[in-house]
Design a protein around this ligand. Structure first.
Ligand code: AMP
Ligand code: ZN
Length: 133
């Protein structure tokens, strides 16, 4: 895709801070600087999100997510990670080339990536009846 900023990053037309790369995947630091080490993992073949990605590329992305996450925990002093993905504008996706966010975590970092902890009155049996495959 000519106008896709992540495709441009893969091609080196836009600079990025590379964390990891293999045949299928590129990973780099998120420019947001909203947490230390916030990383994006993207497939080298353009797709919009998890709804249209080729399964081979999806598997490669998830493998890379695990590899990088283990590196952050085993070698870089983090204790865990949050893995985030937005698929669709309604879900908060702002760049329409599939990407997984890795947010390296420490228990002392003070971040709360799950702020909506209210319990709703939801009939789980009814939800299951409507949503189960
Ligand atoms: P999302 O809102 O889930 O689609 O995430 C898109 C992410 O891409 C945001 O966290 C942005 O900070 C990040 N981003 C946008 N442009 C760049 C760029 N040129 N380099 C690195 N990260 C970027
Ligand atoms: Zn793209």
């Amino acid at each position: 895709m000519n106008d896709c900023i992540f495709c441009k990053i893969i091609k080196g037309e836009i600079p990025s801070y590379k964390i990891y790369e293999d045949e299928f995947v590129y990973a780099f630091l998120d420019i947001a600087c909203d947490s230390y080490g916030h990383t994006l993992v993207i497939p080298k073949k353009h797709c919009t999100n998890v709804l249209d990605v080729d399964q081979d590329y999806l598997v490669a992305c998830i493998k890379a997510v695990q590899k990088i996450s283990k590196h952050y925990v085993d070698d870089c002093g983090f204790e865990g990670v949050n893995i985030l993905n937005a698929s669709g504008k309604c879900a908060g996706q702002s760049v329409f080339h599939l990407h997984f966010h890795i947010v390296p975590r420490k228990s002392s970092d003070g971040m709360d990536l799950w702020p909506l902890k209210d319990k709703y009155q939801i009939d789980l049996a009814d939800v299951c009846k409507k949503l189960a495959l």
